[in-house]
Design a protein around this ligand. Sequence first.
Ligand code: ZN
Length: 209
Amino acid sequence: MNSIEKLTRIFSEFPGIGPRQARRFVYFLLTRQNGALEDLSKNILDLKKQVAVCDDCMRFYEKKHDKSKLCSICSDHTRDQNILMIVQRDVDLTSVEKNGNFNGIYFVLGGSVPILEKEPEKKIRLSEFKNFILKKNNEGLKEVILGMNWNPEGENTAQFIENFLNKTLEKEVTSNKVKISHLGKGLSMGTELEYIDPDTLRNALRNRN
Ligand SMILES: [Zn+2]
């Protein structure tokens, strides 16, 4: 395989990118000058060096100098550390952070559970989630908000997580010590957290149930 084909194959693995677009990226790169490709390669390599996964919420964050393993949200005690929103991906978290006026914390599942999936634990970070939720429960967790996309796969994921929480925190949920709420009830089908407009998002948060 030559280098054009190799790179085309790599780009076509990106989300939403087909082989034709991938090839256009490669030809675009070939026209770049003045060290642009060196710059690009360096930026890509720096990603791994400068970005880490938070030990608690599993989001990607820019490493700090203090060797802390927690991101700026999980280590911020002006935020309500007992209100937890579960989202599918980092882009969803970014969208809520930017527009939601949300002052709690998050957990990033890293994916979703397809309908009829036989091995959901391979699609999302289930064991990390379990550890996190048990730890948070010991620290006084009050509410878990299911912040999934409003499409069939998102709803299936929310249902799966709700069942999992009912099982894992059975006593706390039945006694209402930990409340489970849905962000998306009442919103129109097909709405995705990544693209939701700020007003709709803030309304959804205010009216969650
Ligand atoms: Zn974090």
